[in-house]
Design a protein. Structure first.
Length: 435
């Protein structure tokens, strides 16, 4: 998600290349829509639109680019071409467009004991705008490089502050999944965003995906903001997440109570290792692995972390295991924070999320809303982790095709006003009594 953006503070022009590739950016097309071109791993680009459609671009021998649908690697017949850097033009699926220039400020700021690298991206102008701070999941990639929302939100008059979490990208420090430490970093990012925006700063809050669903509400409880958006996050602990995911693995593949009980023995064994901080429990895991490895359901045990433990020998686990869950507070209970948080929240969840099953989280959030907490919960059907719609391949695995229509618009509206409309695509929306 590295953006080819304008460094207004340094007098840069729209043709300046901050990323090594001037084609990266968001383009306004002549049909009135926008398309974002961002990087991926390897020699490709990823295009995304606000309606949720997406694809991968591969360069052809004639210099044009061909597209494949979502993450399927299946051609979708779209072709794309770019002008030279100075003109900043695109032809996307037969429609011409021009790269949008933003006001961009790169910054280094002090997090919780380390220096972090951030970027404020705003639409051109001098008026006040809402600002959203993008809070990371558990990924180790640079958010400044890969977060598309840093460009899409500013096209809607919303400032976006993106920063590399500690130990990633251009930020100092060691990578960690310590939620309190990451919340302190998020607060520092929010303060830096307000400082840089100055008189243009209006409403400000957080948008966090996955692990950010534990971090962003915690940051908002420590230092209140105007809103929090959580995407595909959880209102249960990481340990409960793993157990819920294993239970869903068994249910999805048609197994009943007897097999479920056996799968929970495996969950108990991996939990013993996690709770001991990888100091004990290896013999117990070896025992259940030997007991059930030849049973047909065993290959379907995945969970959120259990699958990684099952794939390693005891020697490998002792050596590499702790790095899998660096400082993760596996028993962290988010409910005390959520019960005492009065900041308006929007939670967007996938009904078919296999990494972070949403059913119990939806139940808890609806109960909090019924008690008067300002929480709106939206559930998209046929959406997996990341709020991605998917296809199921012959071997039973899923491949993402797009985000649902309405996903981006829902976030945009909540950032602007703290409220959402009645309908966003196929989502089912649960509101608090006051909304």
């Amino acid at each position: 998600m590295t953006a080819m953006l304008v460094l207004a503070a340094q007098g840069a022009t729209a043709a300046d290349d901050l990323t090594g590739d001037c084609r990266i950016g968001t383009y306004h097309l002549k049909d009135g829509t926008d398309v974002d071109i961002g990087p991926t791993d390897g020699p490709h680009f990823r295009w995304r639109r606000k309606d949720g459609t997406a694809g991968a671009l591969t360069e052809s021998s004639d210099g044009s680019w061909t597209s494949t649908l979502g993450w399927t690697e299946r051609p979708d017949e779209k072709r794309v071409s770019f002008s030279d850097c100075a003109r900043g033009e695109i032809t996307f699926d037969g429609v011409k467009g021009k790269r949008i220039a933003f006001d961009v400020t790169e910054t280094k700021f002090q997090g919780a004991g380390v220096e972090l690298a951030g970027r404020l991206v705003m639409s051109k102008g001098s008026g006040r705008v809402p600002i959203v701070v993008l809070v990371h999941g558990s990924e180790r990639d640079s958010a400044r490089d890969f977060y598309t929302l840093q460009r899409l939100f500013p096209t809607e008059g919303i400032g976006a502050f993106v920063y590399d979490k500690r130990g990633t990208g251009a930020s100092a420090g060691r990578y960690t999944q310590d939620y309190l430490l990451l919340a302190d970093d998020a607060i520092a990012a929010m303060r830096e965003a307000k400082r840089l925006a100055g008189n243009r700063a209006g409403r400000i809050g957080y948008q966090g995906g996955s692990q950010g669903g534990w971090v962003a509400p915690l940051a908002a409880k420590i230092e209140p903001v105007d809103f929090v958006i959580v995407g595909f996050g959880l209102a249960v602990s990481p340990l409960e997440e793993d157990r819920e995911a294993i239970a869903l693995d068994m249910t999805r593949h048609g197994y009943g109570a007897e097999v479920m009980a056996k799968a929970m023995e495996i969950a108990d064994a991996t939990a013993t290792i996690l709770l001991s901080d990888f100091r004990e429990g290896y013999d117990r895991l070896d025992a259940v692995r030997a007991k059930y490895a030849d049973e047909p359901w065993f290959k379907h045990v995945h969970g959120d972390i259990t699958f990684a433990l099952l794939e390693m020998s005891q020697a490998q686990l002792r050596e590499r295991g702790p790095e899998l869950v660096t400082h993760v507070p596996v028993q962290y209970d988010p409910m005390p924070v959520l019960r005492n948080l009065d900041v308006p929240q929007l939670w967007i969840l996938g009904a078919d999320d296999t990494d972070a099953p949403s059913a119990e989280t939806v139940r808890r959030l609806r109960a909090l809303a019924a008690d008067g907490k300002p929480i709106v919960t939206a559930v998209f059907p046929h959406a997996d982790h990341g709020i991605y719609e998917y296809e199921t391949k012959a071997d039973g695995t899923r491949v993402s095709t797009r985000n649902p229509n309405g996903y981006f618009a829902m976030m945009r509206d909540f950032i602007r006003s703290g409220r959402v409309g009645k309908h966003y695509g196929a989502s089912v929306i649960f509101r608090s009594g006051s909304d």
